[in-house]
Design a protein around this ligand. Structure first.
Ligand SMILES: [Zn+2]
Length: 340
């Protein structure tokens, strides 16, 4: 390794748990971060600064002003431009570490694209905000034998767990079904940046242990912590649960995908549509939409406002429609203005 490299990472090389050998391992490490909101931003930033050689960031969303309170990789200009989070994150990382490779994938992780989006990653990091995607990641990881780290934060509470297929419990061992009833989300309960950063820090430290080969140091529990009440808990997760659907019986139903044309995002009064899978020419689309409302676009997103709705269209034809949670309404808007 060059002198410049050794100087840059000197404080990590001095740390005994990593050392010169560990730092070399980090330089050739390949990770994927699924979801780049608050948790994903913090993890991406910490891993990029620590010299992880290749980071793929997968995110389906764009930056909005309400993200800036906690999503540390984004700034006001990203929100003004509605820049896709993956793109904004890659740009910001390049400004503080140009020596690593960052791949931005503006996409919603689905059963159809998960193989190509996660291919080559030796570790998958959870930055998502929903159980549907986490079960998908869990099934993929268990089936492919790739470790992943679960992390979640809402309100003042955060939780995280390492999943090492063949060794520890998987997500489906601990949570056989996704939580039902009234589930708090960041939209309903809010979220503190400090809760996010707590779980993101723990997730990153566990990732570093894995990437430098200190697997025996990795935590074998589901850890939860509330930064407001100071309550914490740990549930044993060191061993798979007998009869687990995923890691026990090899039933990877989430990978089969029952065709998910619409997804309502994190309780925020919006519906995502991705059934078209055809590239959109933004120039042409702008002309077409102009008579019907206000249109604006950049290289990555096209925004269309027509009261009371706001549609954000991505280059692959995927759209997020704000102002409704009715998938029927969203679909008819999409069909009318974008085409079916
Ligand atoms: Zn399991």
């Amino acid at each position: 390794m060059s002198e410049e490299h050794n100087e840059r990472y000197s404080r990590q090389i001095l740390f005994r748990g990593i050392g010169s050998d560990g730092q070399k391992r980090l330089a050739i490490a390949r990770v994927a971060i699924v979801g780049c909101g608050a948790t994903g931003s913090a993890v991406a930033s910490l891993l990029a600064r620590s010299g992880v050689g290749s980071i793929r960031i997968i995110d389906r969303d764009y930056v909005e002003p309400s993200n800036l309170q906690r999503q540390a990789l984004f700034d006001e200009s990203d929100a003004r431009e509605s820049l896709p989070k993956a793109i904004a994150a890659a740009r910001r990382i390049a400004a503080f570490n140009s020596q690593i490779e960052v791949e931005a994938k503006v996409a919603d992780l689905t059963p159809e694209n998960i193989d190509s989006l996660l291919q080559g990653a030796q570790l998958i990091l959870d930055g998502t905000d929903n159980f549907e995607t986490r079960y998908l990641v869990n099934d993929y990881a268990v089936k492919a034998g790739v470790p992943w780290i679960y992390a979640a934060a809402v309100g003042s509470y955060g939780a995280t767990m390492n999943v090492i297929p063949g060794t520890t419990a998987c997500l489906a061992c601990i949570f056989p079904d996704s939580p039902t009833g009234i589930v708090e989300t960041c939209e309903t309960a809010g979220v503190l940046g400090s809760a996010v950063n707590l779980v993101a820090s723990i997730e990153t430290a566990e990732a570093l242990k894995f990437l430098v080969g200190a697997t025996e140091k990795m935590r074998r529990t589901l850890l939860s912590w509330d930064v407001w009440t100071n309550e914490s808990a740990e549930i044993q997760a060191g061993k798979p649960r007998a009869g687990c659907r995923a890691c026990g019986e090899g039933d990877f139903s989430h990978l089969e995908g029952e065709g998910r044309p619409h997804i309502t995002l994190c309780g925020r009064n919006s519906v995502q549509i991705h059934e078209r899978h055809r590239p959109v020419d933004f120039g042409e689309m702008s002309e077409r939409l102009k008579p019907h409302g206000t249109v604006r676009h950049n290289d990555f997103v096209l925004k269309f406002w027509r009261e009371p709705y706001e549609m954000t269209l991505f280059t692959d034809g995927r759209a997020i429609i704000k102002g409704t949670t009715d998938t029927g309404v969203a679909r008819s808007l999409y069909a009318r203005f974008v085409g079916s």
